[in-house]
Structures are given as C-alpha cells and as structure tokens.
Design a protein around this ligand. Sequence first.
Ligand SMILES: *[C@@H]1O[C@H](CO)[C@@H](O)[C@H](O)[C@H]1NC(C)=O
Ligand SMILES: *[C@@H]1O[C@H](CO)[C@@H](O)[C@H](O)[C@H]1NC(C)=O
Ligand SMILES: *[C@@H]1O[C@H](CO)[C@@H](O)[C@H](O)[C@H]1NC(C)=O
Length: 202
Amino acid sequence: MATRFVLTVAILHLMIWDCYAVSGVIWHKQQQKFVQLFSIPEFAALQQENLAKRRATEKPDMSGEVVKAVYYEEKNIVMFYDNDTKVNGVCGDLWHVLAEYLNFTFIPIRVTNRNFGERLENGSQNGLVGMLARNEAQVIMRSGFYPSRFDIVDFTTPLWRSRFHIYVRPKWQFNNTWVFTLFSWQMWFYILFLFIILSYVV
Ligand SMILES: *[C@@H]1O[C@H](CO)[C@@H](O)[C@H](O)[C@H]1NC(C)=O
Ligand SMILES: *[C@@H]1O[C@H](CO)[C@@H](O)[C@H](O)[C@H]1NC(C)=O
Ligand SMILES: *[C@@H]1O[C@H](CO)[C@@H](O)[C@H](O)[C@H]1NC(C)=O
C-alpha cells in the first residue's frame, strides 16, 4: 500500500511537474466528489515548492515598482471594475497575474477616448501611445503589432495571431463582337463574296 501511494504520488508529481497554472481535479474518496488538485495539502505543498523553485531561477523581482497600465474599456478583453482600480477580461486578468508573479504594483488607468495613437505632424504622438511617450503610463494593456511604433514601444511575444483574407469576386467581361476580330475585314469580305458566288453557282 505504501509503495502504491508513493508510486501514485510520484506519477502525479511528474504529471504536475510541468503544469503550474493548470489546476486539475482529483476524486476525493471521503468527500465522494471531485476536488481541486491543489486544494489537497500534499499537492499544494508540491505546487508551492515548484513555484518557489521556478521563481528562484526565473523571477526578476520588480520590488513593488509602480507600473501604470492604460487602456479603454473593451468587452471581454479589458473590463474595468471596483471603481476602475481593477481589470478583468482576457488581457486584464493577465496583468494581475503578471503583477503578482513579477511583484510589481499594477495601477490601471482607464481612458474614455478610444484613440490608440497616431503620429502628429510635429512628430509627437497622441492617444495611448502618446501617454506612453510622455511616460504617463508604462504599459498599454493590449496592442496590435505595429513596427512603426518600435521607437516608443517594446512589444511582448504575441498572445495570439490573427489573419485576414480578402476575397474578391472576379468580374467577367464579355465582348460579343469577338467573332469578327478573328479575321481581317478583307478576309470577311472574301468570305461574303465567295458565299454569294457559290449560292449563284449551285
Ligand atoms: C515584493 O517587493 C516588496 C517591495 O520591495 C518586498 O518587500 C517583497 O518582499 C517582495 N515580495 C516578494 C514575494 O518577493
Ligand atoms: C472612485 O474613484 C474616484 C477617483 O479616484 C474617487 O474620487 C471616488 O470617490 C471613488 N468612488 C468610490 C465609490 O470609491
Ligand atoms: C505637437 O502638436 C500637438 C497638437 O497640435 C501639441 O499638443 C503638442 O504639444 C505638440 N508637440 C510638440 C513637441 O511640439
């Protein structure tokens, strides 16, 4: 029994070795239901140990440095709540996870103007990119990839890629007089001439 337990734990240990964020479920015999894997103290300890090991080598501790992140409300991507002091959504959640992982102080800034930013005639930028350029914020919570902004913005690894295809229906053009272009007008004249001659002869 003891060996089996060790073996099971060892196998599970290997299984969770590579999945730190995924919280799987496991059948709890006493409670007769599925419970979160990491709610079991043994596995929670393993996870903490793994996290600590990873953080010791990888985590650049930003020591609570203030990071102001700016964006506008965008449904399911960045959604502000708690009087605009917190964000959720696909990209919003990510920043809270990063803030915890890298130990920085995350301050969301909500703007109402949905202008992402464009270069003005005098060379300065407006919109969200402008706020970055003026150091009013350090992060734009979500951005597309624009090589033209490399001088102001560093991009992270892309979270997802999307492709656009444009399908253009071809427009057919008919020229109903194409038959007459086959021969020169002299040729047509001879054909007509022959036709008349032959119709008399026969
Ligand atoms: C995060 O940074 C603060 C401020 O420097 C520090 O006191 C704290 O120990 C750090 N936390 C972790 C988990 O490293
Ligand atoms: C929301 O935030 C604003 C600006 O920081 C503040 O003036 C206001 O009192 C806050 N409202 C609530 C309900 O906390
Ligand atoms: C550029 O023009 C904008 C608007 O016209 C102005 O707000 C900004 O201060 C100008 N920037 C510089 C560097 O002159």
